[in-house]
Every structure is written in C-alpha cells, then in structure tokens.
Design a protein around this ligand. Structure first.
Ligand code: FAS
Ligand code: PHB
Length: 390
C-alpha cells in the first residue's frame, strides 16, 4: 500500500489531522493498536479552546459540538470558603471556552472520517515507523497475523505519551524535559446535575478539587489524591463526602450526588520532547508533550500541533514549499512551552504539595489574592485559559 501521510494513532490528534488532510485531498491512513470502542471508552478532557472549536469546524465535525456543547464565559476559583469568578469573556474581549467531552469530540471525528471513506486500521499490532530520516519512509504493522507495509511521504506520530513514534527516534537526537507531580487526580463521572453552571477550581487545605461537567445532567468531578491511592478504597460516598469538605459551604450544601459510572486516577506530569520533527516523522500531541490537566491544555495543545502540521503539509503539497514543515517544530514548541508554563502555574497555585511549607503556603495565598484583586493578573490568567493565539 502507498499513501501520502501515515498517521499513527486514532486519538484526537490523529483523527483531527486525518480529517483536515482528507478535506484538502491529501491521502492518509490512520493506524491504531486498539479498537474504536476502547478509544471511546477513555474519559479525558472536557474544555475546548476557540482554536480547537475552529479546527473541528474546518474538519466538518463540529455540528454536534455546537448543538450539545456548553459555551462558558467564565469559571470560579474557590478558596477560604468563597468563590471568585474569573470573567473570561469580559477580560479577553469576548473569548470563551466550550465544555464538550473529548470522548464526544473523538466520536464526531470518527463518524466524519467514516463518511469520507478514508482508511483507518484498528487493532494494528507492532506498528513501527521506518526510514523517516530519508526520502522514502514507511510504516509496518501486523493485522490478523499478517505483516503489512505502507509506503508514504510523511509519518505523523499521533500515538500519545506511551506510543512508538517518540521511542523510534534515536536517543541522541531528542531532548526531554520532565516534572512529575507528587499527587494525582481521582475523577468520577455521574449522571447528576452539576453543582454550578460554570467550572469551579478549589484550593483547600485538604487538597485541590475541580467541579466540571459534560452536560446539564452529567457531572465530572476531580479530587487531588495521593499517588498510592487505590480506586477500590474510594466508594462514591467517600468521594462525595470529601468533595463537600473541599468546597465552599453553599456549594457543598447544593451538591447533587448519585452513583458514579466512571472512576479513575490519573497521575500528573509536565513533559516536553524537543524537537518535534525528525526528517519525515512529526510528533504531535501527547506523543510530544504532556501537561497536568489543571489548565485544560492537553487536548487543546494537540489541536494547535495539528494546525501547524496541517498548514505545513498543505504548503508542501499545494505550493511545493517546505517552509511550513521545516518550521513545524519551532512553531509548535513556542506555543507548547507557554501552555506547559500555564499548566504548571495553575497546578502549583491550586494544589497542596506534601512538602508545602509555611512560606509556600503564604505564596499560594498571595497569588490567589493578587488574582482576585488585580484585573491585570486576572487578564493574564484568562488569556491563557481561553488559549493563546495559534
Ligand atoms: P491520545 O493518547 O489521546 O491518543 C493516542 C492514540 O495512539 C491512542 O488511541 C492509542 O491507542 C494510540 N497508540 C498508542 N501507541 C500506539 C502504537 N504503538 N501503535 C498504534 N497506535 C498507538 N487533557 C485535558 O485538556 N483535560 C483533561 O482533563 C485531561 N485528562 C486526562 C486524563 C488522562 C487519564 C489522560 C491520559 C490524559 C488527559 N488529558 C486531559 C490529556 C488528553 O486529553 C490528551 O491531551 C489527548 O488525549 C491528546 O490526544 P492525542 O495526542 O491524540 O493522544
Ligand atoms: C474536565 O471536564 O474533564 C476538565 C475540565 C477542566 C480541566 C480539567 C478537566 O482543567
């Protein structure tokens, strides 16, 4: 088989890139090692920046997002028993975010791709990129016990943090930066009305809590937890009791509880690998970088990587220019590092660290006090949260 671009990974990065390429008449094949259902069974992000919304529209996959997604003009910081609203819309001259689950975004992209007939191969084992430092790269994989090969012009490594693409790059050619946080997030999904119409990020002496949602009838909550916590130790009742303790009283009293249907613990890390291009292999999304979800940046960074790579590939095929693909890594990393900084800053400001001393605690309090009393400080937070320009 031969195609123009092989995309390894059928998560948001791979599917969004695939849709944009197909729409531009650039042939591509998506490979994933798991099934569609497995991918749709993962519960992850919930907040989309306007840039991501725009790319979904350009990929002709935005209809349900606009119909069912929830535009949000602000969110609240909760600490010392009170709420402090960050007016995203007012502070950024009319920008907002869209609350719409990654699972649904992925489903929409899968459905649109199926309509185009562009090939996606699931349950592809032992996927491996080859000869990407030359002019004739190719990808091999195994399906139903038969070894396959796809020759191509370019390979997009959209295979996430644990994927094969970054691991296929010679160690001396790549530099990584990492910070692992000493806690995780215990998240649940429950079909109960959200405690508030907007998100609440709570800083509490017992630990961070986040109140989010997927719709007016489906809530998504998170609690900061120790890394050695076990899911089986967290009954729904224990979760709800702990969440109430970490919220201001009026929210704790209003909290609607019920049976959870998803419960998971995710570790938090900041990770960046440089560069993001190796000859004809490009790393995209989580394959190249990871952020703690506190800033709601993971999925949105994947989208901006896709934007830069798609524009570069479009230029290569339509204008016979390699300027875009040559600039991909520098362009993507410039935006990645600003989002990594913002996600680190939000995480550091809102979580309790095991070694948080009195001085660190006073700095956290001063940061929150400054944010809620200075328009300039709140504007800086708001412009990062809605997403810096592509
Ligand atoms: P993904 O990891 O989504 O997709 C990679 C795909 O590649 C997968 O389908 C995988 O099966 C496939 N793959 C991997 N190895 C392969 C191989 N060798 N061969 C073939 N295929 C292979 N972001 C937020 O903004 N907010 C959040 O709240 C949030 N919560 C998260 C919770 C968890 C537990 C995790 C892991 C991430 C979370 N994220 C969050 C970040 C997340 O949303 C990612 O940014 C997003 O999934 C990135 O999409 P992709 O780059 O497509 O990678
Ligand atoms: C979510 O709804 O899953 C979500 C929202 C905002 C975040 C992280 C996760 O910062």
């Amino acid at each position: 088989m031969r195609t123009q671009v092989v995309i390894i990974g059928s998560g948001p990065s791979g599917l969004l890139l695939g849709q944009l390429l197909t729409g531009a008449g650039i042939d591509n094949v998506i490979l994933d090692r798991v099934s569609k259902d497995y991918i749709l069974g993962r519960v992850r992000a919930g907040v989309l920046e306007e840039g991501t919304v725009g790319l979904m529209d350009r990929a002709k996959a935005g209809a349900r997002m606009h119909a069912e997604g929830l535009p949000h003009d602000g969110f609240s910081l909760a600490f010392d028993g009170r709420d402090h609203r960050i007016d995203l819309y007012g502070l950024t001259g009319g920008k907002r975010v869209m609350v719409y689950g990654q699972t649904e975004l992925t489903r929409d992209l899968m459905e649109q791709r199926a309509l185009t007939g562009a090939p996606s191969i699931y349950a592809a084992a032992n996927v491996a990129p080859h000869d990407f430092d030359g002019q004739n790269p190719y990808v091999t994989y195994e399906r139903d016990g038969i070894n396959q090969r796809i020759d191509c012009d370019f390979i997009a490594g959209c295979d996430g943090f644990h994927g094969i693409s970054r691991k296929s790059v010679p160690e001396k050619a790549i530099r990584t930066f990492e910070k692992v946080y000493p806690f995780g997030w215990l998240g649940i999904l429950a079909d109960v009305a959200p405690v508030s119409h907007e998100l609440i990020y709570a800083n509490h002496p017992r630990g961070f809590a986040l109140c989010s949602m997927r719709s007016q009838t489906r809530s998504r909550y998170y609690l900061q937890c120790a890394l050695d916590e076990k899911l089986e130790d967290w009954t729904d009742q224990r979760f709800w009791d702990e969440l109430r303790r970490r919220l201001p009283a009026h929210h704790a009293e209003a909290l609607v509880t019920g049976a959870s249907f998803e419960k998971s613990i995710a570790p938090l890390r900041s990770f960046v690998s440089e560069p993001m291009r190796f000859g004809r292999l490009f790393l995209v999304g989580d394959a190249a970088h990871i952020v703690p979800p506190t800033g709601a940046k993971g999925l949105n960074l994947a989208a901006s990587d896709v934007h830069y790579l798609f524009e570069g590939l479009l230029e290569h095929y339509q204008d016979r220019s390699n300027a875009g693909v040559d600039a991909y890594s520098a362009h993507a990393l410039a935006r990645v590092w600003k989002a990594v900084r913002f996600s680190w800053w939000m995480t550091t400001m809102l979580h309790r660290f095991p070694d948080t001393g009195d001085f660190d605690q006073k700095i956290q309090e001063a940061e929150l006090d400054y944010l809620t009393h200075s328009r300039a400080a709140a504007t800086a937070l708001a412009e990062n949260y809605v997403g810096l320009p592509f």
